[in-house]
Ligand binder design. Structure first.
Ligand code: ZN
Length: 332
Protein backbone atom coordinates (compact mmCIF):
# COMPACT_ATOMS: atom_id res chain seq x y z
CA UNK A 1 0.00 0.00 0.00
CA UNK A 2 1.32 3.45 -0.80
CA UNK A 3 1.40 5.81 2.13
CA UNK A 4 -1.26 8.49 2.20
CA UNK A 5 1.42 11.12 1.73
CA UNK A 6 2.11 9.84 -1.76
CA UNK A 7 -1.49 10.40 -2.84
CA UNK A 8 -1.23 13.97 -4.06
CA UNK A 9 -1.14 16.13 -7.16
CA UNK A 10 2.37 15.12 -8.22
CA UNK A 11 1.04 11.63 -8.90
CA UNK A 12 -1.22 13.06 -11.60
CA UNK A 13 0.97 15.91 -12.88
CA UNK A 14 1.07 16.59 -16.62
CA UNK A 15 4.03 15.19 -18.48
CA UNK A 16 5.92 16.98 -21.23
CA UNK A 17 3.56 19.94 -21.64
CA UNK A 18 4.95 23.44 -22.17
CA UNK A 19 3.44 26.87 -22.67
CA UNK A 20 4.28 26.55 -26.38
CA UNK A 21 2.04 23.48 -26.46
CA UNK A 22 -0.69 25.45 -24.67
CA UNK A 23 -0.47 28.20 -27.29
CA UNK A 24 -0.64 25.67 -30.11
CA UNK A 25 -3.60 23.76 -28.63
CA UNK A 26 -5.65 26.84 -27.76
CA UNK A 27 -4.73 29.02 -30.73
CA UNK A 28 -3.46 31.62 -28.26
CA UNK A 29 -0.25 33.64 -28.31
CA UNK A 30 2.60 33.07 -25.85
CA UNK A 31 3.96 36.26 -24.31
CA UNK A 32 7.07 35.70 -22.20
CA UNK A 33 9.36 32.74 -21.56
CA UNK A 34 8.36 29.21 -22.46
CA UNK A 35 8.07 26.92 -19.41
CA UNK A 36 6.78 23.44 -18.47
CA UNK A 37 3.17 23.27 -17.25
CA UNK A 38 2.41 20.48 -14.77
CA UNK A 39 -1.05 21.37 -13.49
CA UNK A 40 -4.20 23.24 -14.48
CA UNK A 41 -5.96 25.02 -11.65
CA UNK A 42 -8.89 27.43 -11.29
CA UNK A 43 -8.03 30.84 -9.90
CA UNK A 44 -9.99 29.89 -6.75
CA UNK A 45 -7.84 26.82 -5.97
CA UNK A 46 -6.84 26.36 -2.32
CA UNK A 47 -3.51 24.88 -3.16
CA UNK A 48 -1.43 25.82 -6.17
CA UNK A 49 1.48 23.46 -6.88
CA UNK A 50 4.54 24.59 -8.84
CA UNK A 51 3.97 24.75 -12.57
CA UNK A 52 0.26 25.59 -12.39
CA UNK A 53 -1.66 27.34 -15.15
CA UNK A 54 -4.86 29.31 -14.48
CA UNK A 55 -7.15 31.48 -16.57
CA UNK A 56 -8.65 34.86 -15.82
CA UNK A 57 -10.70 37.48 -17.57
CA UNK A 58 -12.55 40.67 -16.63
CA UNK A 59 -11.97 41.82 -13.06
CA UNK A 60 -10.45 38.42 -12.16
CA UNK A 61 -7.28 39.51 -14.00
CA UNK A 62 -6.51 41.73 -11.00
CA UNK A 63 -6.97 38.76 -8.63
CA UNK A 64 -4.40 36.85 -10.62
CA UNK A 65 -1.74 39.47 -10.04
CA UNK A 66 -0.51 38.16 -6.68
CA UNK A 67 -1.45 34.49 -7.05
CA UNK A 68 1.48 32.05 -7.35
CA UNK A 69 0.66 30.63 -10.78
CA UNK A 70 3.43 29.78 -13.21
CA UNK A 71 1.36 31.15 -16.08
CA UNK A 72 -2.18 32.03 -17.09
CA UNK A 73 -4.48 32.34 -20.07
CA UNK A 74 -5.66 35.96 -20.18
CA UNK A 75 -7.11 38.50 -22.59
CA UNK A 76 -4.74 41.07 -24.11
CA UNK A 77 -5.46 43.40 -21.18
CA UNK A 78 -3.94 40.84 -18.80
CA UNK A 79 -0.40 40.93 -20.16
CA UNK A 80 2.01 41.93 -17.39
CA UNK A 81 5.73 41.78 -16.80
CA UNK A 82 5.74 39.29 -13.94
CA UNK A 83 4.79 36.00 -15.60
CA UNK A 84 4.38 34.35 -18.95
CA UNK A 85 0.85 34.37 -20.34
CA UNK A 86 -1.12 32.91 -23.18
CA UNK A 87 -3.21 35.66 -24.74
CA UNK A 88 -6.60 34.47 -25.93
CA UNK A 89 -9.82 36.35 -26.68
CA UNK A 90 -11.86 33.97 -24.49
CA UNK A 91 -9.64 32.57 -21.70
CA UNK A 92 -12.32 30.30 -20.23
CA UNK A 93 -13.12 28.66 -23.56
CA UNK A 94 -9.39 28.18 -24.15
CA UNK A 95 -8.77 26.76 -20.66
CA UNK A 96 -11.41 24.04 -20.87
CA UNK A 97 -10.51 23.25 -24.49
CA UNK A 98 -6.96 22.79 -23.23
CA UNK A 99 -8.09 20.42 -20.49
CA UNK A 100 -10.14 18.46 -23.01
CA UNK A 101 -7.22 18.15 -25.40
CA UNK A 102 -4.71 17.18 -22.69
CA UNK A 103 -7.00 14.60 -21.10
CA UNK A 104 -7.95 13.02 -24.42
CA UNK A 105 -4.36 12.89 -25.69
CA UNK A 106 -3.02 11.03 -22.66
CA UNK A 107 -0.93 13.91 -21.30
CA UNK A 108 -2.13 13.05 -17.79
CA UNK A 109 -0.82 9.86 -16.17
CA UNK A 110 -2.89 7.07 -14.67
CA UNK A 111 -1.74 5.64 -11.34
CA UNK A 112 -0.17 2.20 -11.12
CA UNK A 113 -2.44 -0.68 -10.07
CA UNK A 114 -2.09 -2.38 -6.71
CA UNK A 115 -4.13 -5.14 -5.03
CA UNK A 116 -3.85 -5.71 -1.30
CA UNK A 117 -4.40 -8.85 0.72
CA UNK A 118 -7.73 -10.36 1.74
CA UNK A 119 -9.62 -8.22 -0.77
CA UNK A 120 -13.18 -9.32 -1.55
CA UNK A 121 -14.63 -8.09 -4.85
CA UNK A 122 -18.06 -9.29 -6.01
CA UNK A 123 -18.03 -11.10 -9.35
CA UNK A 124 -20.36 -8.50 -10.84
CA UNK A 125 -18.22 -5.51 -9.78
CA UNK A 126 -15.90 -3.77 -12.24
CA UNK A 127 -12.59 -2.58 -10.83
CA UNK A 128 -10.54 -0.94 -13.59
CA UNK A 129 -6.80 -0.97 -14.06
CA UNK A 130 -5.07 2.07 -12.60
CA UNK A 131 -6.66 1.59 -9.17
CA UNK A 132 -5.10 1.00 -5.77
CA UNK A 133 -7.03 -1.44 -3.57
CA UNK A 134 -5.72 -1.78 -0.02
CA UNK A 135 -5.89 -4.71 2.37
CA UNK A 136 -9.25 -6.00 3.59
CA UNK A 137 -11.27 -3.93 1.11
CA UNK A 138 -14.79 -5.20 0.33
CA UNK A 139 -16.51 -4.25 -2.91
CA UNK A 140 -20.16 -5.24 -3.44
CA UNK A 141 -22.24 -6.27 -6.43
CA UNK A 142 -22.20 -4.03 -9.51
CA UNK A 143 -19.86 -1.50 -7.95
CA UNK A 144 -17.67 0.31 -10.52
CA UNK A 145 -14.24 1.64 -9.51
CA UNK A 146 -12.71 3.84 -12.23
CA UNK A 147 -9.01 4.51 -12.89
CA UNK A 148 -7.15 6.84 -10.50
CA UNK A 149 -9.20 5.61 -7.54
CA UNK A 150 -7.29 4.80 -4.35
CA UNK A 151 -9.07 2.70 -1.73
CA UNK A 152 -7.06 2.47 1.48
CA UNK A 153 -7.20 -0.47 3.86
CA UNK A 154 -10.57 -1.58 5.11
CA UNK A 155 -12.75 0.42 2.72
CA UNK A 156 -16.22 -1.11 2.21
CA UNK A 157 -18.50 -0.27 -0.71
CA UNK A 158 -22.04 -1.60 -1.08
CA UNK A 159 -23.89 -2.58 -4.24
CA UNK A 160 -24.31 -0.26 -7.18
CA UNK A 161 -21.98 2.52 -6.10
CA UNK A 162 -19.72 4.19 -8.69
CA UNK A 163 -16.35 5.60 -7.64
CA UNK A 164 -14.35 7.85 -9.95
CA UNK A 165 -16.63 8.74 -12.84
CA UNK A 166 -16.04 12.25 -14.24
CA UNK A 167 -17.83 15.08 -12.46
CA UNK A 168 -20.29 17.44 -14.12
CA UNK A 169 -18.27 20.27 -15.62
CA UNK A 170 -20.02 21.71 -18.66
CA UNK A 171 -18.16 23.95 -21.09
CA UNK A 172 -19.02 25.48 -24.44
CA UNK A 173 -16.95 26.53 -27.39
CA UNK A 174 -19.35 28.45 -29.59
CA UNK A 175 -20.38 25.36 -31.54
CA UNK A 176 -22.05 23.57 -28.64
CA UNK A 177 -21.66 22.29 -25.12
CA UNK A 178 -19.59 19.36 -23.87
CA UNK A 179 -18.63 17.62 -20.64
CA UNK A 180 -15.06 18.48 -19.73
CA UNK A 181 -12.95 15.30 -19.29
CA UNK A 182 -11.65 14.75 -15.77
CA UNK A 183 -8.04 13.81 -15.09
CA UNK A 184 -8.04 13.54 -11.30
CA UNK A 185 -8.87 10.73 -8.96
CA UNK A 186 -10.70 9.66 -5.83
CA UNK A 187 -9.02 8.82 -2.53
CA UNK A 188 -11.00 6.86 0.04
CA UNK A 189 -8.97 6.77 3.22
CA UNK A 190 -8.81 3.83 5.61
CA UNK A 191 -12.09 2.55 6.93
CA UNK A 192 -14.37 4.57 4.64
CA UNK A 193 -17.79 2.92 4.30
CA UNK A 194 -20.08 3.73 1.36
CA UNK A 195 -23.69 2.56 1.04
CA UNK A 196 -25.64 1.44 -2.02
CA UNK A 197 -26.05 3.44 -5.23
CA UNK A 198 -23.79 6.34 -4.31
CA UNK A 199 -21.59 8.31 -6.72
CA UNK A 200 -18.21 9.73 -5.77
CA UNK A 201 -16.85 11.72 -8.72
CA UNK A 202 -13.18 12.06 -9.59
CA UNK A 203 -11.45 15.44 -9.42
CA UNK A 204 -11.34 17.66 -12.50
CA UNK A 205 -7.60 18.34 -12.64
CA UNK A 206 -4.61 16.65 -10.98
CA UNK A 207 -6.12 16.25 -7.50
CA UNK A 208 -8.18 13.67 -5.64
CA UNK A 209 -11.75 13.95 -4.40
CA UNK A 210 -11.09 12.74 -0.86
CA UNK A 211 -13.10 11.01 1.87
CA UNK A 212 -11.32 10.99 5.22
CA UNK A 213 -10.69 7.99 7.45
CA UNK A 214 -13.76 6.25 8.91
CA UNK A 215 -16.17 8.54 7.07
CA UNK A 216 -19.49 6.81 6.38
CA UNK A 217 -21.99 7.33 3.56
CA UNK A 218 -25.56 6.04 3.64
CA UNK A 219 -27.36 5.08 0.39
CA UNK A 220 -27.88 7.44 -2.57
CA UNK A 221 -25.26 9.99 -1.60
CA UNK A 222 -23.72 12.18 -4.33
CA UNK A 223 -20.20 13.54 -3.84
CA UNK A 224 -19.19 15.84 -6.71
CA UNK A 225 -15.71 16.50 -8.09
CA UNK A 226 -13.04 17.98 -5.84
CA UNK A 227 -15.02 17.58 -2.63
CA UNK A 228 -12.74 17.21 0.41
CA UNK A 229 -14.22 15.34 3.38
CA UNK A 230 -12.42 14.97 6.68
CA UNK A 231 -12.27 12.06 9.11
CA UNK A 232 -15.28 10.47 10.84
CA UNK A 233 -17.90 12.39 8.87
CA UNK A 234 -21.41 10.98 8.43
CA UNK A 235 -23.45 11.58 5.27
CA UNK A 236 -26.94 10.12 5.59
CA UNK A 237 -29.35 9.14 2.81
CA UNK A 238 -29.57 11.34 -0.28
CA UNK A 239 -27.05 13.94 0.82
CA UNK A 240 -25.81 15.94 -2.18
CA UNK A 241 -22.45 17.73 -2.10
CA UNK A 242 -21.71 20.00 -5.07
CA UNK A 243 -18.21 20.58 -6.40
CA UNK A 244 -15.33 21.59 -4.11
CA UNK A 245 -17.40 21.44 -0.92
CA UNK A 246 -15.17 20.99 2.15
CA UNK A 247 -16.14 19.09 5.30
CA UNK A 248 -13.73 19.24 8.19
CA UNK A 249 -13.64 16.30 10.63
CA UNK A 250 -16.72 14.96 12.46
CA UNK A 251 -19.36 16.70 10.33
CA UNK A 252 -22.83 15.08 10.39
CA UNK A 253 -25.26 15.76 7.52
CA UNK A 254 -28.91 14.79 7.89
CA UNK A 255 -30.94 13.15 5.09
CA UNK A 256 -31.36 15.19 1.90
CA UNK A 257 -28.97 17.91 2.93
CA UNK A 258 -27.76 19.63 -0.23
CA UNK A 259 -24.87 22.05 -0.48
CA UNK A 260 -23.85 24.74 -2.94
CA UNK A 261 -20.42 24.36 -4.49
CA UNK A 262 -17.45 25.65 -2.45
CA UNK A 263 -19.40 25.65 0.83
CA UNK A 264 -17.20 24.80 3.82
CA UNK A 265 -18.31 23.04 7.03
CA UNK A 266 -16.23 23.49 10.16
CA UNK A 267 -15.42 20.57 12.45
CA UNK A 268 -18.45 18.95 14.06
CA UNK A 269 -20.98 20.98 12.05
CA UNK A 270 -24.45 19.43 11.90
CA UNK A 271 -27.47 19.85 9.63
CA UNK A 272 -31.21 19.24 9.95
CA UNK A 273 -33.12 17.09 7.45
CA UNK A 274 -33.55 18.71 4.04
CA UNK A 275 -31.17 21.58 4.74
CA UNK A 276 -30.17 23.67 1.73
CA UNK A 277 -26.74 24.97 2.65
CA UNK A 278 -25.66 28.01 0.65
CA UNK A 279 -22.96 29.49 2.86
CA UNK A 280 -20.16 28.28 5.13
CA UNK A 281 -21.14 26.62 8.41
CA UNK A 282 -18.93 27.34 11.44
CA UNK A 283 -17.56 24.51 13.56
CA UNK A 284 -19.89 22.85 16.13
CA UNK A 285 -22.87 24.67 14.66
CA UNK A 286 -26.33 23.31 13.81
CA UNK A 287 -28.01 24.67 10.67
CA UNK A 288 -31.40 23.76 9.18
CA UNK A 289 -33.92 25.00 6.65
CA UNK A 290 -33.85 26.41 3.13
CA UNK A 291 -31.71 28.40 2.90
CA UNK A 292 -30.15 26.92 6.01
CA UNK A 293 -29.73 29.18 9.03
CA UNK A 294 -28.06 28.74 12.38
CA UNK A 295 -30.07 27.08 15.15
CA UNK A 296 -27.36 26.90 17.78
CA UNK A 297 -24.21 25.09 18.82
CA UNK A 298 -23.73 21.34 19.08
CA UNK A 299 -21.24 19.09 20.82
CA UNK A 300 -19.57 16.14 19.11
CA UNK A 301 -21.97 13.96 21.12
CA UNK A 302 -24.80 15.88 19.38
CA UNK A 303 -26.11 17.47 22.58
CA UNK A 304 -26.92 21.17 22.29
CA UNK A 305 -24.40 23.57 23.80
CA UNK A 306 -25.16 26.87 25.51
CA UNK A 307 -24.97 29.70 22.97
CA UNK A 308 -23.31 32.28 25.22
CA UNK A 309 -19.83 33.52 24.44
CA UNK A 310 -17.05 32.21 26.64
CA UNK A 311 -16.11 28.77 27.98
CA UNK A 312 -18.99 26.28 28.00
CA UNK A 313 -19.25 22.63 28.97
CA UNK A 314 -21.45 19.99 27.33
CA UNK A 315 -24.08 18.95 29.86
CA UNK A 316 -24.17 15.49 28.33
CA UNK A 317 -20.56 14.36 27.80
CA UNK A 318 -18.52 17.01 29.60
CA UNK A 319 -16.47 18.19 26.60
CA UNK A 320 -15.46 21.81 26.96
CA UNK A 321 -15.62 24.49 24.26
CA UNK A 322 -14.75 28.13 23.80
CA UNK A 323 -17.40 30.18 22.00
CA UNK A 324 -16.54 33.56 20.53
CA UNK A 325 -19.32 34.79 18.29
CA UNK A 326 -19.41 32.51 15.21
CA UNK A 327 -16.18 30.80 16.26
CA UNK A 328 -16.53 27.64 18.36
CA UNK A 329 -13.47 25.57 19.27
CA UNK A 330 -13.00 22.56 21.48
CA UNK A 331 -11.01 23.61 24.54
CA UNK A 332 -7.68 21.89 25.08
ZN1 ZN B 1 -21.22 16.39 24.47
Amino acid sequence: MPLDTTIGPELLALRDVTLSDVARITGGRLVGEDAPIRHLRPLSADSIPDGSLAYASGHFVDELANAPFEAAIVPASGVGASRSVIVHEDPQVAFFALQRSLAESGAYPTIASHRGDRVRIADSAVVHDGTVIGDDVRIGDHVVVMPNSVLDDGVEIQAGTVVGEPGFQVAGDGTGRYLVPHAGGVHLRAGVSIGANCAVDRALFSTFTTLGADTMLDNLVHVAHDVMIGDRCTLTASVELSGSVVLEDDVWLAPRTCCNQFVRFGRGAYTGTGSVVVRDVPAFTLVAGSPARVFGRVCLCRAKLPSDDGPVECGSCGRRFLIDGDAVAEAA
